[in-house]
Design a protein around this ligand. Structure first.
Ligand SMILES: Cc1cc2nc3c(=O)[nH]c(=O)nc-3n(C[C@H](O)[C@H](O)[C@H](O)COP(=O)(O)OP(=O)(O)OC[C@H]3O[C@@H](n4cnc5c(N)ncnc54)[C@H](O)[C@@H]3O)c2cc1C
Length: 385
C-alpha cells in the first residue's frame, strides 16, 4: 500500500518505520524535522520502556531528584524514584534525529515539505503540498497539535481543548534535578528539566485573558531567580499549544476512518494535567501498526488502552488545579503534606514518573492513608520535641 505520513515527530517516525518494515511504500513528510520542538523533553519510565533503543542511542539526563514547590511558601524533595522508574530528559532534536534515521534505515522515504490541503478522491488521497501535489492510498496524520490532516478528516482541536506553553532553553550545566512548581491562581505549573547541555524551563496553563504576558513574566522571574539577571538574554524563547482535551471532547474525538488515522498530538493524546504526550505518541503509533490498515480497529484499541486514563486526567485537571483542601489550595496542601509524609511523596513521585496512573489513584491514596497518618504523627512529635 502507498502510505503518506505527515509529521516526523515521535509518532510519525515510529509509524512510518513500522509500516515500511511491514512492506508498505511509505513517504514521511515534515516541514522542518529533525528540530528542537518546543517541549520539556521529559520521558517517563513507561515511555522509555516502549522503545529501549531510545535510551541506548539518545544522549539524556537521568532525573535523580524531584523537587515540588508551591510558590515561595512550600517545597518538598520527593524520595528518589526506584531503580528503572526514574524519568529521563533529552533534547527533542536528538530524539528526532535518532527516530528519523531509524525510519530511513527501514526504507522510509523522507522529504522536507509542508502539507497545505487535500481531499479523498475515490479510494485515493489527492494532497497539495508547498512543492506540488502527491497522492496516496492511506494518510497518517502525525502532524501535531495544529494538525492539517485532522482538519481534512474532521475538525481542528477547539481552542478550549488546548493548553498554552511558553519556555526557555537555558544554557547551564545540568544537575539531574527536576523541579515542578505551582503558583497561586495558576491553572497549570512551571517546570525546570535538566538536559545534557542545558535546562528546559517552561510554563503550561489554560489560556486566559492576559495569560501570555502574565505567564512570561512569571517564567522570567523564576529564570532570573535561579540563573541571574542575564539569564533571559542568554536563553532561547519558545511558545506552543499542546492538546488538553476537556472530558466531554473525548467521546467525539476522531482517531481513525477509511484510509486515514491520526496518531500522537494530532489525535489529542496528551495528559491534560501533566502535558505528557511522548508516551502516547509512541504508543498510538505502535497500536496503528498492530491494526493497519483497519482504522476502526486501531481506534478501538486506542480507546481501550489510552482514553480511559486520558479522560480521567481531563476530569481531574480542574479539581487538581482549582480545588481546595483543608482551607487552602489543593496543590499547596499537597506540597505541605508531602513535605511531612514520605509515603505521600512516594505516590506523588510515581505519579509524575508515570508509574502510577490516575485510574488506580484514588484506591492507592486510600491504601496509603495509614502510612500518611503515621508520618504526620511522627513529624508532629519531632516538631514539638
Ligand atoms: C512546551 C511543551 C512541553 C512539553 N513537554 C513534554 C514533556 O516533557 N514530556 C512529554 O512526554 N510531552 C511533553 N509535551 C508534549 C509533547 O511534546 C508532544 O506530545 C509530542 O511531541 C507529540 O509527538 P507527535 O509526534 O504527535 O507530534 P510532534 O512532535 O508535534 O510532531 C509533529 C511534526 O509535524 C510537523 N508538521 C506539522 N504540520 C505540518 C505540515 N502541515 N506539513 C508538514 N509537517 C508538519 C512538525 O514540524 C512536527 O515535526 C510538551 C509539549 C509542549 C508544547
Amino acid at each position: 500500500m502507498e502510505v503518506l505520513v505527515i509529521g516526523a515527530g515521535p509518532a510519525g517516525c515510529q509509524a512510518a518505520a513500522g509500516l515500511a518494515r511491514a512492506g508498505h511504500r511509505v513517504t514521511l513528510i515534515d516541514r522542518q524535522a529533525p528540530w528542537e520542538k518546543p517541549c520539556g523533553g521529559g520521558v517517563t519510565a513507561k515511555a522509555a520502556r516502549l522503545d529501549d533503543r531510545i535510551v541506548a542511542a539518545v544522549p539524556h539526563e537521568r532525573v535523580d531528584r524531584l523537587t515540588i514547590r508551591y510558590g515561595s511558601r512550600a517545597s518538598v524533595l520527593c524520595p528518589p524514584p526506584a531503580r528503572g522508574a526514574a524519568p529521563l530528559v533529552l533534547s527533542r532534536e536528538a530524539l528526532g534525529r535518532h527516530l528519523l534515521s531509524e525510519a530511513t534505515a527501514a526504507g522510509v522515504r523522507f522529504e522536507r515539505d509542508q502539507l497545505h490541503t487535500g481531499r479523498r478522491a475515490g479510494a485515493r488521497w489527492e494532497l497539495s503540498f508547498r512543492s506540488g501535489t502527491r497522492s496516496a492510498d492511506f494518510l497518517v496524520g502525525a502532524d501535531g497539535a495544529t494538525s492539517r490532516v485532522r482538519r481534512l478528516v474532521a475538525a481542528p482541536l477547539d481552542v478550549r481543548d488546548l493548553n498554552l506553553t511558553q519556555g526557555y532553553f537555558v544554557p547551564a550545566p545540568s544537575s539531574g534535578e527536576m523541579t515542578v512548581w505551582f503558583e497561586p491562581g495558576l491553572e497549570g505549573y512551571l517546570w525546570s528539566f535538566p538536559r545534557p547541555d542545558h535546562i528546559s524551563y517552561g510554563i503550561i496553563s489554560r489560556p486566559g485573558r492576559g495569560w501570555p504576558r502574565d505567564a512570561r513574566a512569571l517564567l522570567e522571574g523564576c529564570l532570573i531567580r535561579d540563573h541571574g539577571a542575564d539569564a533571559i538574554g542568554r536563553s532561547r524563547f519558545y511558545s506552543a499549544p499542546v492538546p488538553a482535551l476537556r472530558p466531554e471532547t473525548w467521546a467525539l474525538n476522531p482517531i481513525g476512518g477509511p484510509g486515514w488515522a491520526l496518531v500522537g498530538d494530532a489525535a489529542g493524546l496528551v495528559d491534560a494535567i501533566t502535558g505528557e504526550g511522548i508516551y502516547y505518541a509512541l504508543r498510538s503509533a505502535a497500536l496503528l501498526l498492530s491494526h493497519f490498515p483497519e482504522s476502526h480497529h486501531y481506534q478501538d484499541a486506542v480507546v481501550r488502552e489510552c482514553i480511559g486514563e486520558l479522560r480521567r486526567a481531563s476530569e481531574l485537571a480542574d479539581r487538581f488545579y482549582n480545588g481546595r483542601f483543608l482551607g487552602g489550595a489543593l496543590t499547596e496542601r499537597m506540597v505541605r503534606l508531602t513535605a511531612r509524609s514520605p509515603a505521600l511523596g512516594k505516590v506523588l513521585g510515581e505519579l509524575i514518573a508515570g508509574t502510577q496512573g490516575y485510574q488506580g489513584l484514588k484506591r492507592r491514596l486510600i491504601r496509603t492513608i495509614p502510612a500518611v497518618a503515621r508520618d504526620l504523627a511522627r513529624s508532629c512529635f519531632e516538631t514539638s520535641g
